[in-house]
Structure formats: C-alpha cells, structure tokens
Unconditional design. Structure first.
Length: 288
C-alpha cells in the first residue's frame, strides 16, 4: 500500500488557530477537512504537503440554520447531516437529495460540504448544486472575511478563487421563490458514484405556468462545474412541455470543455449531459 511522504500534523482548535497556522506555513501546508480527497492524493504522493492543518475539531464550522431569509451551512457540515436535515428538506430539498447520492455511507459520514467545494473536482456533485442555487461562499483570511458567488468561485479542475491564506467557513443560500422546483440527476460511475454527467436544475414558474426563471448547471462532463446558460435562455418564457424541455436540454453541452477518459468519450458525455438535463428539468417541474 502506498504511504504519504513525511509531514507534520497540526490540529486547529478554532478558525483563528487554523488561519494562524496557515499563515505560518504558507504554501507548505494543506487544510484537512473530511480527508476523502486529500488523503488518497497524499498516499499516491500526488500531494506532498510538509504540514497538515486538521480543522475537523472546529465544531463552530458544522451547522445548518436559517438566518432571517438565508439558509446557512457551515463548511464542516458532513453530508449525512445535510441528507437528514428537516430544514433543508423543507427549504432546499435538492441538497438532501444530492447528498444521498454521494459515495457510500462512510464517505457521507466523514465528507464535508466545504471540503468538496474547496477541492473543486469537476465530477463532484455539490459544486454544481451550490451554483444552481446561486449560493454564496464565505471565506476568511487573517486580513478579512469576503463572500464569493458560486459562479465566481469554481475556476477549473481542482482550482477555485480561494487565496492561499483563506479558509472556507460557510455557504449561504436565499430561500427559494414560490412555485419553484429543484432536482439533481446524474449518470454515475458505479464504483465511485462520481458524476460522468450530471445536472442540477432550479425552475420557477409564473402564474401562467410558464418558466419565469431557470438555473441549470452541469457536473462531471467538463473540466469544471459549469452553468448551462444556453439551456437557461431556452427555458425562460416557455411553456415547459416535453418538446420545449428536450429542445432546451439539447444545448446542455454548448461551450463546455468536455472530458474524454476511460469512463466516456467527449461525444458520450455530450449525449449524457443532454439526457440528465432533460431528466433534471422534468423532475424539477414536477416538484413546483
């Protein structure tokens, strides 16, 4: 079995403690949350940090609450808590739905929402759902706190807008408008449950049952989590019958930098992106 390169371990007791350690060790340090992404990379020596800063003991970063008109989730909240949250089932049901599809029970027990977002794996599910919900990602550094929209946060494969001295602390969401339905659909890798192609859909109808607003994102198929702008434009203002949904879904892979690997070619992922987008929109519409 592969083993990591030698490193020094530091267990942070607070966000300020973690930020101090991160400032002290700089580029030589990595943050450890749930560990399901970093530890395998270290065992394969794809990542060889000299210092590990474990933030798993910071209880203040694990919570789900409603704060006035916002739903706020702490960065260290595990998938299991998201999956079982009555508040999220009522207010943002796409989050528990998606959490239930991630990995296996052990992954859901240890994996964290913030860790997934900071890792920015294009095959991961939560980045696309956070983007579809127009989430706001709050990060802290020794200098200040700032808020980054999900659209601006994910920059590429394993690349985000996080600065080297910043830690992701929480994610904020506006409550959904009335007459809104949500759904997440994916074609998953049978072994890992990662998305070969996935789609998160948030659909709002007006009083005439026409599409008033649409937020559609694609996971797995491309080099980064992406907003399907062409699909959104094709939906808004339309009566969402079968033909219009299919016509809009046909644009799912427009302008995407598609992936080709052992799990599927670019053309396969293009076709599967269309399929899961049609399914996600159809299911979201049923839940309005």
């Amino acid at each position: 079995m592969s083993v990591p390169a030698p490193f020094d371990y530091h267990r942070a007791q607070s966000v300020d403690d973690a930020l101090s350690l991160l400032q002290q060790f700089g580029d030589e340090a990595k943050i450890l949350a749930g560990g399901h992404s970093l530890l395998p990379a270290m065992k394969l020596r794809l990542a060889q940090p000299e210092h590990i800063i474990d933030i798993g003991a910071i209880a203040a970063l694990s919570f789900i609450r409603k704060d006035h008109s916002k739903i706020v989730i702490g960065a260290l909240t595990p998938y299991t808590h998201i999956e079982r949250s009555d508040l999220l089932r009522k207010e943002l049901p796409i989050l528990p739905e998606t959490a239930s599809t991630i990995g296996d029970q052990q992954v859901r027990n240890r994996g964290t929402l913030g860790g997934s977002l900071a890792h920015s794996d294009p095959a991961s599910d939560m980045p696309g759902v956070i983007m579809a919900l127009n989430g706001e990602i709050v990060v802290r550094s020794p200098r200040a706190e700032r808020t980054i929209t999900a659209d601006d946060f994910f920059l590429g494969t394993f690349t985000t807008a996080l600065e080297p001295d910043e830690i992701l602390t929480e994610i904020r969401f506006a409550t959904l408008p009335v007459h809104t339905g949500t759904a997440y659909e994916k074609l998953m890798n049978k072994a890992s449950h990662y998305a070969i192609a996935g789609c998160a859909a948030v659909i709002t109808l007006d009083s005439k049952q026409q599409c008033k607003a649409a937020s559609i994102t694609i996971t797995g198929a491309a080099t980064q989590t992406s907003r399907a702008t062409a699909v959104e434009k094709a939906l808004v203002g339309q009566k969402l019958d079968t033909d219009n949904i299919q016509s809009a879904a046909n644009h799912a892979a427009d302008d995407l930098e598609l992936i080709s690997d052992i799990h599927g070619s670019e053309d396969y992922r293009r076709q599967m992106a269309i399929v899961v987008t049609r399914r996600a929109i159809t299911n979201a519409l049923k839940r309005v």
